[in-house]
Design a protein around this ligand. Structure first.
Ligand SMILES: Cc1cc2nc3c(=O)[nH]c(=O)nc-3n(C[C@H](O)[C@H](O)[C@H](O)COP(=O)(O)OP(=O)(O)OC[C@H]3O[C@@H](n4cnc5c(N)ncnc54)[C@H](O)[C@@H]3O)c2cc1C
Length: 283
């Protein structure tokens, strides 16, 4: 086996801090360790996985998360990567490293419309992780058009809720490929989820409750009274704060959803590529 000479500076091995233990950060940490760097991987929450950990709450993706976690832990151990959980990194904590990889991922954008009164409103990731305490009738608003709304709807339906999905587009998960859309559509119908396309929900001040607005005909209807909760799957937005504060003054590389929300495979590929980029920069 060919040995990689360890990248060094002043006689010591170069060190890299990877911020974020999602798929991109883990891939970058493993690849950087293989390239000979001393690597610390810092994750703000108490587990690795990032959005994959959210997705892993659903029956559909539990196996995928378990497989990924087992492999990731093995590779991190093999590379002697120091993993620090419960460690949110701020800009004042990165100065001691030769290079910092920012893999802080993405979060659901806060939803500006907050209905008042009896309605419970929460975001799709919270609903996926804690579906049980919600009222029986739930509307899932698919504003994102990717996985969060369908995963939330299927999880809630599996837990016995009466779920209606609402999207202004012609199909749920409209930003995914045609075959994925079809697959999800079939699975949602199997679970008894009602799907309303070409529709939006309006909250009118001083009105009893939310109104369902048909975006094609312009017709408006009050929502049935058994609906007690709204689950909002808003678009994902990159977490850019650390990058914004650090990139002008520190040696940093940004990867994965922290650049722009993308797919799992793209995030992993970027993580793997990051070590090569840093090695070239350090050469
Ligand atoms: C429900 C759901 C289902 C999905 N299904 C699919 C699918 O079927 N196919 C697909 O391709 N993609 C899917 N995705 C998207 C995919 O999971 C993401 O694209 C991928 O996880 C992005 O990886 P990432 O490492 O860039 O970011 P993330 O997964 O967001 O990870 C970022 C990590 O950084 C941590 N962090 C943030 N700030 C700090 C800080 N300052 N200090 C330390 N740590 C920090 C966060 O806690 C998080 O763990 C799904 C996403 C969700 C939510």
């Amino acid at each position: 086996m060919q040995r990689v000479p360890a990248p060094s500076v002043g006689g010591r091995r170069k060190n890299i801090l990877v911020v974020g233990g999602g798929p991109a950060g883990v891939a970058a940490a493993v690849a950087a360790a293989r390239a000979g760097f001393r690597v610390v991987l810092a994750e703000a929450s108490n587990c690795l996985g990032g959005q994959l950990a959210v997705a892993g709450f659903t029956m559909l993706r539990r196996g995928r998360l378990k497989g990924w976690l087992a492999e990731a832990c093995q590779e991190l151990r093999a590379g002697a990567v120091e993993v620090r959980l419960n460690t949110p990194v701020r800009v004042n904590g990165i100065g001691a490293y030769d290079h910092v990889v920012i893999a802080t991922g993405a979060a659901l954008r806060p939803w500006p419309l907050m209905p008042s009164g009896r309605m419970v409103v929460l975001d799709a990731w919270t609903a996926i992780m804690r579906p049980s305490p919600l009222p029986a009738g739930v509307v899932v608003l698919d504003l994102e058009g990717e996985w969060s709304a369908v995963d939330a709807a299927m999880t809630l339906a599996t837990h016995g809720h009466a779920v209606t999905m609402v999207t202004a587009a012609a199909a749920v998960a409209h930003r995914l490929s045609g075959s994925e859309q079809e697959l999800y559509h079939e699975r949602l119908l199997e679970k008894g989820v009602r799907i309303l396309t070409g529709s939006a929900v309006k909250f009118i001040p001083r009105c009893e409750g939310p109104i369902l607005h048909n975006t094609v005909t312009g017709n408006e209807f009050p929502l049935p009274s058994y609906i007690g909760a709204f689950v909002v799957a808003s678009p994902r937005a990159s977490r850019v704060r650390l990058w914004a504060e650090a990139h002008a003054s520190h040696c940093v590389t940004r990867i994965g959803d922290a650049v722009f929300p993308r797919t799992l495979d793209e995030a992993i590929a970027e993580g793997e590529h990051a070590a090569e980029l840093i090695s070239n920069m350090s050469a």
